[in-house]
Ligand binder design. Sequence first.
Ligand code: MTE
Ligand code: MO
Length: 359
Amino acid sequence: MTDVSNRPETKTVKPTPADQFRDHDTNFESRWEALAGTGYLTPVEKFFVRNHTVTPHIDAKAWRLDIFGNAVERESELSLSDLAALPQQTQTNFLECAGNGRSFFDTVGGEPAEGTPWLLGAVGEAQWRGPRLADVLALAGVKPDALEVMPTGLDEMRVRRPLPIDVALADDTIVALEMNGEPLHPDHGYPARLVVPGWIGVANIKWIGSIEVSNSPLYSPWNTGTYVMIGPGYQPEPDRKGPLLERMPVKCALELAWPAVLGAGMQKVAGRAWSGEGAIERVEWSLDGETWKPAALLPDPNALGTWVRFSFEWDAAPGSHLLYARATDTTGKTQPAIVPYNELGYLYTGYVGHPVEVR
Ligand SMILES: Nc1nc2c(c(=O)[nH]1)N[C@H]1C(S)=C(S)[C@@H](COP(=O)(O)O)O[C@H]1N2
Ligand SMILES: [Mo]
């Protein structure tokens, strides 16, 4: 097991200035107004950080990835150079916390949910590069009866969450060593993290130290007590408090401060829409949440279409407004007005009124 010395004196390694991040204790939410004018990718220095504890310090030379379990042929200990020697895959995907938008269960739905009260800034788009998890696991030999895979982080809480074997072996599930063309930043999982496109943030385990491959179901607090749906309409299951969360549903956000102040007259309002379930098909905007006009989608440089920039022109009249935007993806799902409550406040896929004061 890799030796790790935690850094309890700072929660993150990168600076998290108040004009770029909202501080939620160990978690830092990107401010959308700070993302305005950035390119297609979210710059690493502006990318949200979601740490259950604090960013650990890891010596990459001493780092090893242990692969073990009753569904591997041979327990294996891999170094960073072993991973770097495998074919490297480059892909562009968003990463979003399952609880992104949680505060709206309270401010829209009237029922506060437990957990970090994110607005919409617990999401970012990055270019990731590293070997496919399938190729990494193949070094240990995956037995045909493998059912689940549990990647475990080297942070203080050993954050870990099992994945079904078909997701672990999927073409686009990678062990990322790079983010936006640089070695992973310490806050984002250096030296290696999982990237599971479209899946809830916690599936993307940072600072991975070990991976168990098992022929029977695996459990951790993150797939039994949290990251499950608890609340009216959701039934507890024999081995967990409710149905498992998997993919992130469609959402969008405007690149404006919350609340925003704008000048009167024609304003170009920009935003981004994303979905873990399909490509973005359209985005609409509204001043009353009832009549909707189409927003223009920018050409998407990424073939997937799961993260798309949009804009619209608004002839802003002085006064207080709520500006709405809603996205639809290729599964046919459109962001709804109301999202049924769940106690831990996950998957807030509703459209929200962005408060704007026009002067
Ligand atoms: N080891 C470890 N991995 C982790 C976490 C963590 O606290 N520890 N947080 C998870 C959660 S809940 C999210 S949303 C994403 C956040 O990734 P980021 O901090 O790189 O933005 O990492 C996931 N991976
Ligand atoms: Mo998360």
